[in-house]
Design a protein around this ligand. Sequence first.
Ligand code: SF4
Length: 194
Amino acid sequence: MRSPSCRVQAFLAAGHVCSVMGVEEYPELAERFRVPIVVTGFEPLDILEGVRRAVRQLERGEHTVDNAYPRAVRSEGNPAAQAMLEDVFEVTDRAWRGIGVIPGSGWRLSDRYREFDAEERFSVTGIRTVESAACRSGEVLQGLLKPHECEAFGTTCTPRNPLGATMVSSEGACAAYYLYRRLDTTPLEASPVA
Ligand code: SF4
């Protein structure tokens, strides 16, 4: 959101994350970036309701946190699950595909569980992933580019052969565009009025 070119206007906060972490960290972000944040589930009606609430806030010039998924998400989240996360993991810097390193944005196993850490056990710490130069997922994630506007979309980049993060999982923007592009039809010409 600090990027001058970022065009994201609102967020649908993932309900499965919020069911564990709660929503109490979001109001400060909504206020700081003056952006609506709507906690949303994954059923089609949940998504539509999340979009509807986000658009309603934008139309009204509001920027609050709205929990549209109360059947699964409580404000405080799940304290027992949070305690387990706190025990097993510790915060670390993490590189996000298409964006780069964001300080304090990831987890790694805490020292208490070091014996289970594959990076320690198998000496794999030197592995570096190289992103395809053709991939523009960073721009997709910032709302600067529609997936089908990427030259690799549907040609060299498909769900079976993804070049970037947003084509990897079914919930990624590029994968969703690929899956549903059959719906991207040219509007029919208006029928003559009888
Ligand atoms: S279509 Fe593929 S290459 Fe293009 S931005 Fe999306 S993931 Fe990257």
